[in-house]
Design a binder for this molecule. Structure first.
Ligand SMILES: C[S@@+](CC[C@H](N)C(=O)[O-])C[C@H]1O[C@@H](n2cnc3c(N)ncnc32)[C@H](O)[C@@H]1O
Length: 288
């Protein structure tokens, strides 16, 4: 079981906790009876945390005061082990919102990478929905499996991780949403059109504008995709301290572009014209 941030139980064995020092540095680990957490300011005894309420303060063996909480999704995403670069929380939110990832939906995702977006998708579809994730690199699949299992409190029954290339399985699947976080999403448009139900959405997350251009060109040439939109999300945090209220000096200015498109049904081609049935134009009519 994973106790979420703000769960009424006190901090317990098996919980993941985040310790924050006075400078805002964060350290994440899992609580074990009798365990020790070593860091540059000494050792924190797990037993000093177990049984305490979230938000409590502990002191390390070198007298550093640290605040302990269970991680939010944002904390966890930024601190969890990584195989591949993760989708940041601001973009996870937009994938779920602009991609209309709703409870009960069947979602196909590639690649799973570190499993960060997978967790957001699993939460959005809920227990009635399903997520099928493809990951072609075995070592990334291992990280994704470990992270999803840890974050979701066990291997979710509605999640399937396929270790292999999306190209080998997509055309045989049917889904409501297809989420692509990979190098060449345009290479999968044909199979995607077979997989995504009419009216469903393809959501592509691509770091560079040249990828967006190739994807949009390929979509524009294929009448099975329409209502296409591309956006990026900038999140600027603020420094608020007395009268010193201003944007923070540093920000993650760029992550990736999000392109969404709906699966359309192209109109049938026009009827062929029967040349013999064409009546010669009689020209302008004259009044009698
Ligand atoms: C940037 S990572 C995905 C990160 C992930 N969305 C997350 O939030 O943790 C891209 C992943 O796509 C995988 N990948 C690329 N092309 C693929 C394909 N055709 N089929 C399956 N996986 C693919 C890569 O191995 C890599 O792990």
């Amino acid at each position: 079981m994973t106790r979420h941030a703000g769960h009424p139980d006190p901090l317990s064995v098996g919980d993941t906790v985040i310790l924050m020092d006075r400078k805002g540095r964060r350290f994440m680990f899992e609580l074990e009876a009798g365990g020790d957490y070593h860091f540059h300011r000494g050792i924190v005894r797990h037993d000093d945390l177990i049984g305490q309420p979230e938000g409590c303060t502990v002191t390390s063996t070198m007298s550093a005061a640290l605040t302990a909480v269970r991680p939010t999704t944002t904390d966890w995403t930024l601190k969890a082990p990584r195989g591949a670069q993760v989708v940041y929380p601001k973009d996870q939110a937009m994938v779920v919102t602009l991609g209309d990832v709703v409870p009960g939906a069947v979602v196909v995702e590639a690649g799973a990478g570190s499993g960060a977006l997978t967790c957001a998708l699993l939460r959005a579809v809920g227990s009635e929905g399903r997520v099928i994730s493809f990951e072609r690199r075995e070592e990334h699949a291992d990280v994704a499996r470990a992270n999803v299992t840890r974050r979701m409190g066990g291997q979710p029954g509605n999640w399937e991780l396929r270790v292999g290339d999306l190209a080998d399985g997509l055309a045989d699947l049917r889904c409501d949403r297809l989420v692509l976080d990979m190098l060449e999403p345009w290479a999968h448009l044909d199979a995607a059109a077979s997989a995504v139900h009419p009216g469903g959405l393809l959501i592509a997350y691509t770091p560079t504008i040249t990828q967006v251009m190739r994807l949009r060109e390929a979509m524009d040439a294929d009448p099975r995709w329409g209502l296409t939109q591309t956006s990026e999300t900038l999140l600027r945090t603020w420094h608020v301290d007395g009268l010193a209220v201003r944007p923070d000096h540093r920000m993650v200015a760029h992550t990736a572009f999000l392109t969404t498109a709906r699966r359309m049904v192209p109109p049938p081609p026009p009827e062929p014209v029967d040349a013999d049935a064409v009546v010669a134009d009689p020209g302008p009519r004259r009044l009698p």
